[in-house]
Design a protein around this ligand. Structure first.
Ligand code: TLP
Length: 344
């Protein structure tokens, strides 16, 4: 029985074209900036995101951390959402490694921070306070149903950042999902950002890697930060080669993942014991609640696993499912059949 693995889009395997590109990649020492494949990927990424320069890093976590280290000094404060991946799932690296102070503002259900909340979190000039340096946004917002942040919202946050002389970093792990869902260009979504990191290893199906984009000066600093974190990867062009294929071939098809997520959400909404509003699903991430006193999310997840479907339990009532390259429309039908049996 084939497993329908909806735990994460990080489960994606490299395509045949990626494997060929990896085998044939020309490589060099990237710490000397001499890996032609990495250099090419960085040029492509900078161009797609409308920035001067880019840096290949090992993961989304590293991309967010080197960006914060490049923007902030010891004791500086960043403003980020209460449900931001950087706040929840990156081991508090900002503080642990960067001596950077996180100030959270509530995330609204659509992944935004209210503009007035951002503004009132900005510190004045006072000897008691840390200095606010950076606003960190997440697009799409993982824990908020994969919601995309629109250009209007980015512009409104950009206006606040300019007024208070702050930088903006976008954790754009899934910014290409946002672009496809909104029918926007990634560079337009990133226009207000001083830096943006995106992942090649999620919906775009490359095996490893993320890219950070920004000004040349910012990238020079980020490159230093990457080195001290042990991220100077030498002949990593064998990995970056897959990233080039990802950018060339895997972006437009993300629309299929979004359609499959919507189909799954609509099917789940009809089932007894499950609560979800399919209107909230715009990209490839869905959260739903098990609203049956006799079944916890862990038990639900174990039962569907026996039927060949995998999802992640998150919290006391919630389950997460993520669609991706290996999930077909027929897989969604099969997953719904399995879940229907479990929920009886
Ligand atoms: N997200 C993973 C897990 O860590 C939860 C997932 O399965 O969704 N930003 C965002 C918005 C992310 O969702 C993730 C990974 C990261 C950053 C970190 O990327 P990696 O895993 O490459 O360090």
């Amino acid at each position: 029985m084939r497993t329908i693995d909806l735990r994460s889009d990080t489960m994606t395997q490299p395509t045949e074209a990626m494997r060929r590109a990896m085998a044939e990649a020309k490589v060099g020492d990237d710490v000397f900036c001499e890996d032609p494949t990495i250099n090419r990927l960085e040029e492509m990424a900078a161009e797609r995101l409308g920035k001067e320069a880019a840096l290949y890093v090992s993961s989304g976590t590293m991309g967010n951390l080197v960006s914060q280290l490049a923007h902030c000094g010891r004791g500086d404060e960043i403003i980020l959402g209460s449900h931001a991946h950087t706040f929840f799932f990156e081991q508090g690296g900002s503080a642990a490694v960067g001596s950077i102070h996180p100030r959270t503002v509530p995330n609204q259900p659509d992944g935004k921070m209210a503009l007035e909340d951002i503004e009132s979190a900005i510190r004045g000039d006072n000897v008691h306070f840390p200095r606010t340096r950076l606003i960190l946004l997440e697009n799409t917002h993982n824990l908020c149903n994969g919601c995309p942040l629109e250009i209007d919202y980015m512009q409104a946050v950009g206006e606040i950042a300019r007024r208070y002389n702050l930088k903006i970093h976008v954790d754009g792990a899934r910014i290409f999902n946002a672009a496809v869902a909104l029918g926007a260009k990634p560079k337009d979504l990133a226009a207000e950002a001083d830096s943006v990191s995106f992942c090649l290893s999620k919906g775009l199906a490359a095996p490893v890697g993320s890219v950070v984009c920004g000004t040349q000066d910012f990238i020079n600093e980020a490159r230093r930060a990457r080195k001290v974190l042990g991220g100077g990867m030498r002949q990593a062009g064998v990995l970056a080669a897959a990233g080039i294929v990802a950018l060339n071939e895997m972006v437009d098809r993300l629309a299929d993942d979004h359609a499959n997520a919507k189909k799954l959400a609509i099917g789940l909404a009809d089932m007894p014991g499950i609560s979800i509003n399919p209107d909230h699903i715009q990209t490839n991430i869905i959260f739903f609640e098990i609203v049956r006193g006799d079944m916890a999310p862990e038990e639900f997840v174990q039962k569907i696993h026996v039927g060949g479907v995998r999802m992640l339990p998150v919290g006391p009532q919630k389950v997460r499912a993520v669609t991706h390259y290996h999930i077909t429309s027929e897989d969604i039908d099969q997953a719904l059949r399995v879940i229907s049996k479990v929920m009886g």
